[in-house]
Design a protein around this ligand. Structure first.
Ligand code: TYD
Ligand code: MG
Length: 452
């Protein structure tokens, strides 16, 4: 007898029995019937033979896919050097962060650069989009607009219009009429994204889909679309900061982890050419708890400031609060500082923040985090002209990191004179910046704050 399977619409886990709660992600009422599975190899696909497919080798030289540049360096770099023809992209982000603004500006640029671009808004009326375009000074761009949510009508129109680039804002508003579920539900989002992606591949058209990230499971987030598309970009930032980061988290046509930095102004998004200067712009006199990290984001170096505050805790369980860095990693560094350097944080609240709304994911920031924490705890400022980088292992040893030269050059460009980094053979001083190599975390702490 054929087995019936149920799939959780939230995490995708397969179940043989229906249950109210998914064993895997603990969500309620998310299991859906996937129909009978195939009943064994002899009856594969109902026993019918398919046609033979052509196999090929690896040696055939492929031409690089054609790309079009937007002419906005921050966007083109994140795309891996321009928009690839026939690619499907997803731009995710919190509601209100500026996705529509970014894509309207990008669409207008691509249209000016010769692409036939159609912008379909399922969220705003054409008048609203036009008003925004007016405010952004884009009305002279040959961009075509529509406000529509019916996917069938959209695909028919696209078949007739034959554009080069289509923007769908947003995938959560699309409605495929062969599915009964409401727009925004998992099945609607999944099948709309599938239709649009296969349209992109079939017709050689690039499709950019906007997806809102939502915290609760009610409305399907862009996660379920991520594996279908070629490129996933996230647009991030703090609402009350004007800086926005466009981050590539997946890119079949370029490096992942690349970031583009923008500033939200009254005239829309403006690219930030020198993010290091921007992230360090609010730094004043040396203060305890502040450490400058020389990081690498994708292919370029970016300097940013870690700020730590350590204070006696009034709570039984002290607080550990992190913005812009990984909380687990903070716990690890606190444990290593205690175990290997004898610097306990028991009974102390610890707050860690990356200035300017930046989010750092590199383990190379470990040493800068440790420096900020110890500096805050000892109430002693770090040298103002020093940058810090290095990965910390659980033993308290320091691991060398990649692209040291790029980090040092960027630090030198911004007026720093010294770098504290793990000792390694490859490390050399470059003009204007002295490297102070450190062996392990304990000697690093001793060098900066004296013996304890
Ligand atoms: P929007 O692009 O509508 O966000 P999303 O599509 O991600 O939901 O941007 C919304 C915010 O951006 C809104 O709060 C106003 C602000 N904004 C500016 O500050 N300047 C501008 O020129 C524009 C168009 C928007
Ligand atoms: Mg929007």
């Amino acid at each position: 007898m054929a087995k019936v399977s149920y799939t959780c619409s939230k995490c995708g886990a397969a179940h043989t029995k229906w249950t109210g709660q998914c064993d895997s992600c603990q969500a309620w009422n998310t299991l859906a019937d996937q129909g009978p599975l195939s009943a064994g190899p002899s009856k594969t696909l109902g026993g019918k033979r398919g046609r033979a497919i052509t196999l090929t080798d690896l040696a055939t030289i492929e031409k690089a896919p054609p790309r079009t540049k937007a002419g906005v360096a921050e966007l083109d770099r994140v795309l891996g050097g321009g928009l690839v023809q026939a690619s499907a992209l997803l731009v995710g982000g919190d509601p209100g962060i500026g996705k529509s603004t970014l894509l309207l500006q990008a669409a207008a640029r691509f249209a000016r650069n010769g692409l036939k671009v159609i912008y379909i808004s399922g969220e705003e009326a054409t008048a609203q989009v036009r008003m925004r375009a007016q405010r952004l000074g884009l009305i002279d761009s040959p961009l075509m607009l529509a406000a529509e949510t019916n996917l069938r009508d959209i695909l028919t129109t696209l078949d007739e219009e034959k554009p080069d680039l289509v923007i769908i804002d947003s995938i959560q508003t699309m409605w495929a009429d062969h599915i009964e579920a409401a727009p925004g539900s998992v099945s609607q989002v999944r099948s709309s994204a599938h239709e649009l992606t296969s349209y992109a591949k079939r017709k050689g058209v690039s499709v950019i889909m906007v997806g809102h990230v939502t915290k609760d499971g009610q409305i399907a987030g862009p996660r379920i679309v991520e594996h279908m598309v070629d490129t996933v970009l996230y647009f991030e930032g703090e609402r009350n900061h004007q800086f926005r980061l466009l981050r590539a988290v997946k890119n079949r046509f370029g490096p992942a982890d690349e970031i583009g930095v923008f500033e939200m102004t009254s005239k829309g998004l403006v690219e930030v050419k020198n993010p290091s200067a921007l992230f360090l712009s609010e730094r004043g006199d040396p203060t305890p708890g502040s450490a400058v990290f020389a990081g690498i984001e994708g292919t370029r170096p970016v300097l940013c400031e870690f700020q730590a505050l350590v204070a006696p805790s009034p709570h039984g369980q002290p607080r550990r609060s992190v913005v812009g860095w990984d909380g687990q990693r903070l716990a690890m560094i606190l444990a290593v500082l205690e175990a290997r350097c004898g610097i306990p944080f028991t009974g102390l609240d610890v707050y860690l923040n990356v200035a300017g709304g930046m989010r750092v994911t590199e383990p190379a920031a470990d040493l800068a985090v440790a420096a900020a924490l110890v500096s805050a705890r000892e109430d002693a400022a770090l040298p103002k002209d020093a940058v810090i980088f290095g990965e910390i292992s659980l033993s308290g040893a320091l691991r060398p990191v990649s692209q040291v030269e790029n980090r040092l050059k960027e630090a030198q460009k911004l007026g720093f004179c010294q770098a504290l980094a793990p000792a390694s053979k490859k490390i050399e001083d470059i003009a204007g910046i002295t490297v102070r190599p450190v062996k392990d975390l304990a000697s690093f702490v001793e060098e900066l704050f004296g013996s304890r």
